[in-house]
Design a protein around this ligand. Structure first.
Ligand code: AHG
Ligand code: MN
Ligand code: MN
Length: 334
C-alpha cells in the first residue's frame, strides 16, 4: 500500500490554499530535519556520552542535561538559518533568540521545548520535542516581546515529536490532527494516524500524585473523583504517569484520558503551576482541541490566556472533553 510522507501531505495541503507560498511547508520541513537529527542522537544516547548533566542551570533553575543542550543547539542553529523565522523562543533561553542580521528573516515566530521529559533521558524512557508557530503581526523590523506574547488561539501550527518505541510526529495546522511515524529504514515520517480524534471520555488519569500534600482541597477533590468507584464510569480510572508530558499526553490522545499538572505549594517559584504556557501548554492545547478534546487551567481555556511573560507557568488539565469538564465543574463549585 502506498504510504504518504509528511512532506507529501504538507505539499497537498499547500496546493489546496491558493495564498500559500510554500514557506510554511519549508518551515515544517526544517523542523522535521532537526527532529530526525535529535531522534538519531536519542537512539544512541547510551553509547556516545550524551547522558548526564552539562553542569549548567537553565533559565528555569533546572539542571541542564547534555541532550537538552544538544537538542536546543540543533534547533536554534538550523531554524536561525532557515530564512523563515523572525524570532525564536526556547524553554532553555531566558530571552528571545533573534535572527542574526546576516541571515534572511521570515515572518514566522517559533517557540519550542527542545526536549520535554528531561528526567527520563538517562533511563531510556520516552521524551519529546514540542513546537508552536505564530505568524508575525508587523510587516518588518526587529521583533518585540509584545509581538510574541500572544494567546495560543493565534497559533498557526503546533505539534510534537515523540522519541518513543518509534519516533512520531503529531501536528495540527488547525485542520485536524495528524500523526506520522518515522520509518528509520527510509528516513521518512509516514502517515500512520490520520485525523486523530480523542475519545470523549477516557479511562486514564495522569498526574504526579507525589504532590498530593501540596495540593489545595479542590485539586484533591478533583483527582479523588477519577479514583472513585462512584464516578461516572462507576469504577476508578487507571493511573498512568510517565513524567514526560509529550508521552503522557500522546497515550491519552490515543486511548482517551486526562493529563493534569495542577498548581501546588511545593515550591513558591512554581506557585502557578509547573508547565510553561507558551512552549508546553499552548501547543498541546491546540492539538487537544483539534482532536475534539479540551485544555484548561481548571477554570479558563488555555488558548485564551493572554501571556505576560515568555516563561509564564500555568496549571494544566488536558485531554478527553468530559474528563476536563469534570475538573472544571469541581473547581467551579463553592
Ligand atoms: P522539561 O523536561 O521540558 O523540563 O519538562 C518536564 C515537565 C513535563 O514533561 C512533565 O510532565 C513534568 O515536567 C514532570 O514533572 P514532575 O517530575 O514534577 O512530575
Ligand atoms: Mn517540557
Ligand atoms: Mn525541556
Amino acid at each position: 500500500m502506498p504510504q504518504v510522507t509528511v512532506t507529501e501531505q504538507l505539499l497537498i495541503h499547500q496546493k489546496e490554499s491558493p495564498m500559500a507560498t510554500g514557506r510554511f511547508t519549508r518551515l515544517l520541513n526544517e523542523l522535521i530535519l532537526s527532529a530526525k537529527i535529535i531522534s538519531r542522537e536519542v537512539n544512541k544516547a547510551g553509547l556516545v556520552n550524551v547522558l548526564g548533566f552539562t553542569g549548567e542551570t537553565n533559565v528555569q533553575g533546572e539542571k541542564v542535561k547534555k541532550l537538552d543542550e544538544f537538542a536546543n543547539s540543533i534547533l536554534i542553529y538550523r531554524m536561525q538559518r532557515s530564512g523563515l523565522l523572525c524570532t525564536i523562543s526556547s524553554e532553555e533561553n531566558a530571552d528571545l533568540i533573534q535572527v542574526p542580521d546576516n541571515f534572511r528573516r521570515g515572518d514566522y515566530i517559533l517557540i519550542f521545548d527542545p526536549l520535554d521529559g528531561s528526567s527520563n533521558i538517562d533511563v531510556n524512557v520516552s521524551i519529546g520535542t514540542i513546537f508552536s508557530i505564530f505568524r508575525r503581526i508587523e510587516e518588518d523590523g526587529p521583533v518585540s516581546l509584545d509581538e510574541v506574547l500572544r494567546k495560543g488561539s493565534q497559533q498557526v501550527a503546533a505539534g510534537y515529536f515523540l522519541y518513543g518505541t518509534s519516533t512520531m510526529m503529531v501536528y495540527t495546522t488547525g485542520d485536524g490532527v495528524h500523526g506520522f511515524t518515522l520509518d528509520p529504514s527510509v528516513g521518512e515520517f509516514l502517515l500512520s494516524h490520520q485525523n486523530i480524534k480523542i475519545p470523549e471520555s477516557g479511562k486514564v488519569y495522569s498526574v504526579n500524585e507525589g504532590n498530593y500534600p501540596y495540593w489545595d482541597e479542590k485539586t484533591r477533590e478533583a483527582i479523588s473523583w477519577f479514583k472513585s468507584p462512584s464516578n461516572s464510569r462507576k469504577k476508578p480510572y487507571t493511573g498512568r504517569y510517565i513524567g514526560s508530558m509529550v508521552s503522557d499526553f500522546h497515550r491519552n490522545l490515543i486511548y482517551g484520558g486526562i493529563f493534569m499538572y495542577p498548581k501546588d505549594s511545593k515550591d513558591s517559584k512554581l506557585s502557578s503551576g509547573k508547565l510553561r504556557l507558551m512552549c508546553e501548554a499552548n501547543p498541546m492545547a491546540f492539538i487537544a482541541e483539534q482532536a475534539g478534546g479540551m485544555a484548561t487551567d481548571g477554570i479558563n481555556r488555555i488558548l485564551d490566556i493572554e501571556p505576560t511573560e515568555l516563561h509564564q507557568r500555568v496549571p494544566l488539565f488536558i485531554g478527553s472533553k468530559n474528563d476536563v469538564l469534570k475538573v472544571q465543574e469541581i473547581y467551579g463549585q463553592n
